[in-house]
Design a protein around this ligand. Structure first.
Ligand code: ZN
Length: 542
């Protein structure tokens, strides 16, 4: 059998509803529908993927035809079987092919074929739907040729179109070669038949997208943190632990939930509360702070909820109360752990109903207030002891922010100290006020039981006492400088008065860097007396 002897009606059975090529079912395809499919594919998966998919489609088709040709006919030789491919192309209406060159050596795995395609249906499809291209477009054809020849030879053969009517050439021309013959171009040839695993790609992209989203979130958080630090309240934050507090405060600010701020006295719970208010939807409303622990029950009730005129002895005029004052804003209930059980019940009712009733009044009034509570107590322990209502705790503690003690955020001590120096420089009108470097160790070593407030007070004292606008260790409270200097003697209970005096003089001299004039001033003695005492004590100091 020779390829040119092939005729369509002899090999294809055109029974109605079941066109077949020797038992293999065929369908007649509409080229317009195919053109639309091609256009859709390009739009959906991109040019590269569409080309790969259609090339593979052609490849499967070519392989199937080669197999059928082998099964049906007894070919004179391999060349005839190979040429039957282009012939089948023609018979199926795809193109009018002319084999220009065919050279192969099966034993060496060598293959070379050149074919000219006239009147390619595929080029027509492309031109009609997508217009002229800047690349060859007969992807199914080159796939078919590749599949057909690969099947015949038993090795991979790749056809590539060199000229194409779809890109303005008069005819299409393709070259087919074995892998070795393609040389450097082999990867490009192969890639034309590889499709990406779309599902895999979607998964990869999803993971990437998730990572990116995460990064963006982190960046937003960092940005919020920077903004927070840039705000005057937190310029001095260097520690991670406090940065996390601000981050949490920033995040909860936007919601109306109740916030419970816990932490030791002086840690700056009110500063955090004000910060939340400033960054909340209530920012334009008032911020009202009340120290619940400082007031007796009856007073606290009228303070919070107001009273009518004559509600009790001394209530001459009516009072609206802090809750009403804080309407559309935020109320900070400080020292919430100190309120009585009776007040706890009243407060719980207000939180539940968002209504207040003035003392001596019988009607309730709606209030829209964000409630922030603060305490230096551990309320969970108070609940266990039965001194604090559990239901109230849950109402107040939707979000809990724990403000760390200053000793746990040592990185912040110096920046805070410098911040306070600036603050008091302005307040005390001492523009040149500075903190002497010799203070640093004392400030760093102190445990700050009174936290930020203690530091602020210490700097205020130093600012007032500062010598020539320079705060020296001797200007700081003795509780700060003494502990560090006196932590040595374990025999302190057995020392004589003279020894204690001597040690104290030594402390003060070290504080003043050996400046006897300043030391004498601090000790409240004359320089001569100091000199005498030093001489007697064996000449301490410089
Ligand atoms: Zn073409």
């Amino acid at each position: 059998m020779r390829a040119e002897d092939l005729t369509l009606h002899e090999i294809v059975d055109f029974a109605e509803g079941r066109v077949s090529l020797h038992g293999r079912r065929l369908v007649l395809q509409d080229t317009y529908a195919f053109a639309l499919l091609r256009k859709d594919l390009i739009n959906m998966v991109g040019l590269e993927q569409a080309r790969s998919l259609l090339s593979r489609f052609g490849h499967f088709w070519g392989e199937a035809d080669a197999a059928a040709m082998k099964r049906i006919f007894e070919w004179d030789n391999l060349a005839e079987w190979l040429k039957a491919g282009p012939r089948m192309h023609a018979l199926q209406g795809l193109v009018r092919p002319m084999v220009k060159a065919l050279d192969f050596d099966q034993s060496r795995g060598f293959f070379h074929m050149e074919v000219v395609w006239h009147d390619s249906a595929e080029a027509d499809q492309h031109l009609s739907e997508l217009g002229p291209a800047d690349h060859p477009v007969c992807w199914v054809l080159q796939g078919y040729a590749s599949g057909y020849c690969s099947y015949c030879l038993g090795i991979p053969i790749y056809f590539r179109e060199q000229r194409c009517r779809g890109m303005g050439d008069r005819v299409c021309m393709a070259v087919g070669k074995d892998e070795t013959s393609w040389g450097d171009e082999i990867e490009t040839c192969r890639s034309r038949f590889q499709t990406e695993d779309i599902r895999n790609k979607v998964q990869t992209l999803t993971v990437e997208l998730r990572q990116k989203t995460q990064e963006i979130k982190q960046q937003r958080r960092r940005l919020a943190l920077l903004e927070a630090r840039a705000g005057s309240a937190f310029v001095e934050v260097h520690s991670d632990i406090f940065a996390r507090v601000i981050e949490l405060a920033t995040r909860v600010a936007a919601y109306d939930s109740s916030v419970l701020i816990t932490g030791e006295s002086g840690t700056g719970k009110e500063v955090i509360a004000r910060y939340i208010h400033k960054h909340s939807l209530h920012a334009n409303g008032p911020f009202v702070a009340v120290n619940c622990g400082a007031l007796p029950d009856t007073l606290l009730e009228s303070e919070l909820f107001g009273h009518t005129a004559g509600a009790f002895t001394g209530a001459v005029r009516e009072r609206v109360g802090l809750f009403a004052e804080a309407h559309q804003g935020t109320i900070l209930l400080d020292e919430i752990g100190d309120i009585s059980p009776a007040m706890q019940v009243k407060l719980l009712r207000v939180l539940q109903t968002k209504e207040i009733m003035r003392v001596g009044d019988s009607k309730t009034r709606k209030v829209n207030v964000r409630v922030i509570a603060a305490t230096n107590r551990t309320l969970a322990e108070e609940v266990e002891k039965g001194t604090f209502r559990e239901d109230l705790l849950y109402r107040l503690r939707v979000i809990e922010i724990e403000v760390p003690p200053l000793r746990d955020r040592r990185e912040d001590i110096l920046p805070l100290a410098r911040h306070f120096v600036q603050q008091f420089a302005r307040r005390l009108k001492k523009p040149n006020l500075t903190l002497d470097g010799t203070c640093v160790d004392y400030l760093q070593a102190h445990t700050w039981p009174g936290n930020v407030r203690e530091l602020e007070n210490a700097i205020e004292r130093g600012a007032i006492l500062a010598h020539n606008d320079r705060i020296l260790p001797e200007h700081l409270p003795l509780s700060i400088v003494h502990r560090r200097l006196q932590d040595a003697p374990a025999n302190s209970l057995t020392r004589t008065l003279a020894e204690v005096e001597h040690d104290h003089i030594e402390v003060i001299l070290r504080l003043t860097n050996g400046n006897r004039t300043r030391a004498a001033g601090i000790l409240g003695i004359s320089q001569a007396t100091l000199w005498r005492k030093l001489k007697r004590g064996g000449g301490v100091g410089g």
